[in-house]
Design a protein around this ligand. Structure first.
Ligand code: ADP
Length: 317
C-alpha cells in the first residue's frame, strides 16, 4: 500500500522522530511511504516524494520538521481539497497521516470523507489542546525549553529584587503556562481556564514582599492578555522593578526530549497500523490514561507496553 505523511499547523519538536518511525514502520510492513512537503499547501501543489531509510537517517535529534509545516487557508475550499486528492490518486496513495492539531484533524477528516481516502491524525502541537488527547507530541520538549528559561530568569530575578512576568504560548490553552509554573516553582500563574483576580494577587504579593520576599516570578499564558497589566501592578502598585519576558518561538522546543521521541515512536507505529484497517476512513489517535495509582501488593516488575516490547525484540536481533 502506498501511504504519505505531512505536518500541518505549528511545528513542534518530535515531528522528526515521528517521520523517521513512520518510514521505518511502513517499510517493515511492506508499505511504500511518501513525504508531503509544507503541509496541506504542499499536498494541493503536489509536492510529494517517495522516501526510504536514507531520507530519515540522523533526523531523530533534530527539532522542528524536516518536511516543513504550513497553514493553508486554501485547504478550507473543497476545490483545493479535490486537487489535493487528485495528487494523491496520481501517485496511487490511499492512506494519509497528518501530524498536527485540531484544525489539521478537521482538514484531514473532510479530505477523507469527500474523497474516500484513509487518514490518521497524530496529535502534535505544543499547545496540548487536541480534543480527547491527554498529551500531544512536542509538549514535553516545549516544557523543557520554557523550564530552562525560567530557571535562568530566576537567577537574575533573585540577584536584583525584581518581579518577572514570563509570557508563554499555548493559544487558547493554559497547559504550558500551568505546568511550567509548577515545574519552576513560580509564585503566580494566570491561565484562561481559571478566573483570576489581579487585586487579590497584588495584595498577596504586597504581604509577601513586606515579610521578606526578594523576588517573584509569574507565568502568564498568552491567552489571558494579562501580562502587561501584571507588570504595571508590580511596577506601580507594589513599586517592585518588573520586567516582561515574552518567550515566543524558543518554546517550540529545539531537540526533542526522550519522552517526545518515545511518544512519537508509539504514535507512528499506531498510525501505520491504523492505516491497514480497511473498515475505517479517518482515525484520530490520542494519548490517554496516564495517572497516579496504587501498585497492587506482590505485583512487582516492569511491564513494557507491547509496542516497546516489539521494538526491543527488533533491536536485540
Ligand atoms: P492546528 O492543526 O494546530 O489546530 P490550525 O488550526 O492552524 O492548526 O490548522 C492547520 C491547518 O489545517 C489550516 O491551515 C488548514 O489548512 C487546515 N484546517 C484547519 N481547519 C480546517 C477546516 N475547518 N477545514 C479544512 N481545513 C482546515
Amino acid at each position: 500500500m502506498k501511504t504519505a505523511i505531512l505536518c500541518s499547523g505549528g511545528d513542534c519538536a518530535g515531528m522528526n522522530p515521528a517521520l523517521k518511525y513512520y518510514v521505518e514502520a511502513s517499510l517493515a510492513g511492506g508499505d511504500t511511504p511518501h513525504f508531503i512537503y509544507r503541509g496541506f499547501e504542499g499536498l494541493i501543489n503536489g509536492d510529494i516524494r517517495e522516501v526510504s531509510y536514507p531520507d530519515v537517517s540522523g533526523i531523530v535529534a533534530r527539532g522542528g520538521t524536516m518536511i516543513r509545516s504550513a497553514r493553508s487557508e486554501r485547504f478550507k475550499d473543497p476545490a483545493a481539497r479535490a486537487a489535493a486528492a487528485a495528487n494523491l490518486a496520481d501517485k496511487g496513495i490511499i492512506g494519509l497521516i497528518v501530524l498536527g492539531g485540531d484544525g489539521s484533524n478537521r482538514g484531514l477528516e473532510l479530505l477523507c470523507e469527500e474523497h474516500q481516502l484513509r487518514g490518521v491524525g497524530i496529535p502534535a502541537t505544543i499547545d496540548n489542546d487536541v480534543a480527547g488527547s491527554d498529551y500531544c507530541i512536542g509538549v514535553d520538549s516545549a516544557l523543557n525549553a520554557i523550564g530552562r528559561c525560567l530557571d535562568q530568569i530566576r537567577d537574575t530575578a533573585a540577584s536584583f529584587r525584581r518581579a518577572f512576568v514570563v509570557e508563554t504560548m499555548g493559544r487558547d490553552s493554559g497547559y504550558l503556562a500551568l505546568v511550567s509554573a509548577i515545574s519552576s516553582g513560580a509564585e503566580i500563574c494566570l491561565i484562561p481556564e481559571i478566573p483570576f483576580d489581579l487585586d487579590s494577587i497584588s495584595r498577596r504579593m504586597r504581604r509577601e514582599f513586606d515579610s521578606g520576599r526578594e523576588y517573584a516570578i509569574a507565568v502568564v499564558s498568552e491567552a489571558t492578555d494579562a501580562s502587561n497589566q501584571l507588570v504595571s501592578i508590580f511596577q506601580e502598585e507594589l513599586e517592585i522593578d518588573s520586567r516582561l519576558t515574552v518567550l515566543g518561538h524558543i518554546q517550540r522546543g529545539g531537540s526533542p526530549t526522550a519522552f517526545d521521541r518515545r511518544i512519537a515512536f508509539e504514535f507512528a507505529e499506531a498510525a501505520v497500523e491504523a492505516l491497514q484497517d480497511m473498515s475505517k476512513q479517518a482515525t484520530f489517535l490520542c494519548y490517554r490514561g496516564a495517572a497516579i495509582a496504587e501498585h497492587p501488593p506482590g505485583a512487582l516488575g516492569t511491564l513494557f507496553p507491547e509496542t516497546l516490547m516489539e521494538r526491543a525484540r527488533l533491536l536485540a536481533r
